[in-house]
Design a protein around this ligand. Structure first.
Ligand code: FES
Length: 186
């Protein structure tokens, strides 16, 4: 799965938010946990992202990892831009991903995206097909993906890692309302 947004990213687009980054000591501990294991880079990057308060990989974290592991920054960057799972921008506490693939598009995913933006009071970006928006209170991030590979269940929306099939606006409103009320996405 590869997001549209990531296809056009470049190292210069990496977020550089010093205060969000993990301490070198913490990064060292995570590196030590993964080094020498199969799939070490993926596991390491995944672990670093989940340990970050805003669930993303700041530029300085990747630079530090590159220096410590001797893996070129360009290689790390190509990994984190290939997999949609990785984030180069700070994430809200909850993440909503609306599929904009063909099957979902024909089942009105555009309207779902518009509804989500209205519910979350987000202002659309100029290129409305490559959404990556976070609410001011950092509670929600709304983004799009090219395809979840579950086209038979279109339209598909993922909320906090749970895939919701045959989504409609009413269900989406309810799911977001439940999260705001302190529950979890059902
Ligand atoms: S197009 Fe939406 S899951 Fe494939």
């Amino acid at each position: 799965m590869k997001s549209d947004e990531k296809a056009v990213a470049s190292p210069s687009k990496l977020e550089d938010k010093t205060s969000d980054a993990l301490s070198p000591k913490r990064i060292d501990a995570i590196i030590a946990k993964h080094l020498g294991k199969p799939g070490q880079l993926l596991g390491l990057l995944e672990n670093l992202q989940s340990a970050n308060k805003y669930k993303y990989l700041p530029k300085e974290t990747l630079e530090y990892v590159s220096k410590k592991t001797k893996v070129p920054l360009s290689r790390l960057f190509s990994i984190v831009t290939f997999y949609a799972f990785f984030n180069l921008k700070p994430q809200g506490k909850h993440t909503i991903v609306v599929c904009r693939g063909t099957a979902c598009h024909t089942k009105n995913s555009r309207k779902l995206l518009d509804a989500a933006m209205t519910i979350l009071e987000l202002v659309p970006e100029p290129d409305a097909e490559k959404i990556f928006l976070t609410t001011l209170d950092k509670e929600f991030t709304l983004k799009t993906v090219a395809c979840f590979g579950q086209c038979a269940l279109a339209p598909v929306v993922e909320v906090d890692g749970s895939v919701h099939s045959n989504m409609n606006q009413e269900k989406l409103r309810r799911v977001i309302g439940d999260i705001r009320a302190g529950g979890t996405a059902k």
